[in-house]
Write a protein that binds this ligand. Structure first.
Ligand code: APR
Ligand code: ZN
Ligand code: ZN
Length: 370
């Protein structure tokens, strides 16, 4: 057991606080990671606002890279000193989805079994719920060894840690779920951190055109830097008509994009994605809707008439052991600009301020560096 500083959300809606926590020594199948960097994701804010569950207090942070400090009995995949990116879907390897060779659908994922606890104050000893089973706004955290993927140790932690959540979700939505390849046309609706990563992934795959859509002109500028060939401000122009026009210019007879990635999570953008795809094109939904949202009322003949596929992408359908080392290598080779997602490096006591900045839209990612 050791004590470290960490960012804790004690109660619904209350600002997060720095607290001292107890981190147990790793048990069987577990590892303690010395965290070097952890991005601030919308999901951390959802936890704090009580939008995920009521298991307060939460230990926030889940988009992280660090160095393995110690491992428990039976751990063979990582060793002390390894530089790792953490993932929140350590698959079981033994369920229907895993057997079928699609582990990204595994719903028997596992986390560390021992609990980290608050170390001081009136509620000392209370068990913490780590965000997405990670809890990496902390000097050290306890995770399952399967949540750690070893990558090139010379890579910048603040950049590659982002592969642990939002950037992987967007890149994977394009490359894994949408099967974007060279010669395909792609439209990305919503170019925040996730959508910008979908643009970057499409550029990496050699897609063309890559059409970025957003209502915020700053996001469109960023998308251009990530490889967008065209941008559409959908607060000014009907994006469906414009996507169809651009695609028809490039590919004779095209009636939309081969792949449309929806990275907002709203019914109106869902509908735009649905109609902006070419006949037999693919819609990939990566933006997360709220519980109340409904599929817009559409003529069934439009669903029948366009064919194609409507897919959702969860964590970019990634396989961390396959995708993280590959994407880190592409970053190291200068082919994937992960640095462009790091708007600012902040300290561990600045997480609350980073939540505030999320509302202004100037930040792709604030990253806590330890
Ligand atoms: N049309 C187009 N773009 C929109 C619209 C709209 N009607 N409404 C919002 N946007 C844009 C915003 O301007 C912003 O650039 O969508 C983007 C959302 O980006 P962020 O808030 O930074 O969120 P991000 O981290 O990218 O996540 C997007 O994916 O994984 C999910 O939970 C996540 O639902 C969220 C989505
Ligand atoms: Zn499984
Ligand atoms: Zn996240």
């Amino acid at each position: 057991m050791q004590q470290v500083q960490a960012v804790v959300a004690r109660a619904k809606g209350a600002p997060v606080e720095l607290a001292t926590i107890n981190v147990p020594n790793p048990g069987p199948g577990e590892a303690v990671v010395k965290v070097q960097a952890c991005g601030v994701c919308h999901t951390d804010l959802h936890y704090r606002e009580g939008g995920i569950n009521d298991d307060f207090p939460f230990l926030l942070g889940h988009e992280a890279a660090g160095v393995i400090e110690s491992v428990g009995p039976g751990v063979t995949t990582v060793a002390p000193g390894d530089f790792v990116v953490l993932n929140w879907r350590a698959v079981c390897g033994d369920c229907r989805a895993c057997d079928r060779g699609e582990p990204w659908y595994c719903f028997a994922t596992h986390n560390a079994t021992q609990k980290m606890t608050l170390a001081d104050g009136p509620d000392a000893g209370t068990e913490l719920t780590p965000a997405l089973g990670i809890g990496a706004f902390a000097e050290k955290t306890l995770v399952a060894a399967g949540q750690c993927t070893k990558v090139d140790q010379s890579a910048r932690p603040a950049a590659v840690g982002l592969l642990g959540c939002g950037v992987m979700a967007g890149l994977g939505a394009a490359i894994n779920t949408g099967a974007v390849t060279r010669g395909k046309s792609v439209a990305v609706i919503g170019c925040g951190g996730v959508g910008a990563a979908a643009v970057a992934g499409s550029a990496l795959a050699g897609a063309s055109p890559i059409i970025a859509v957003d209502i915020d002109s700053k996001k469109l500028e960023t998308a251009k830097k990530m490889g967008a060939t065209h941008t559409i401000d959908s607060s000014q122009t009907d994006p469906v008509e414009e996507i169809k026009r651009i695609c028809a210019q490039t590919y004779r007879g095209a009636d939309g994009a081969d792949v449309v990635v929806e990275a907002v999570g709203r019914p109106e953008t869902w509908k735009q994605a649905f109609y902006a795809r070419d006949l037999a094109g693919t819609v990939v939904l990566v933006g997360v809707p709220t519980l109340e949202m409904k599929v817009p009322d559409l003529p069934l003949i439009d669903v029948f008439g366009r064919g194609g596929a409507l897919k959702s992408s969860w964590y970019g359908d990634c396989l961390p052991s396959r995708d993280f080392p590959m994407l880190v290598d592409l970053y190291q080779q200068g082919r994937l600009n992960l640095d462009a997602f790091v708007t600012e490096e902040i300290g561990i006591s600045d997480v609350e301020a980073a939540f505030e900045k999320m509302h202004h839209g100037d930040v792709l990612r604030s990253v806590v560096v330890l």
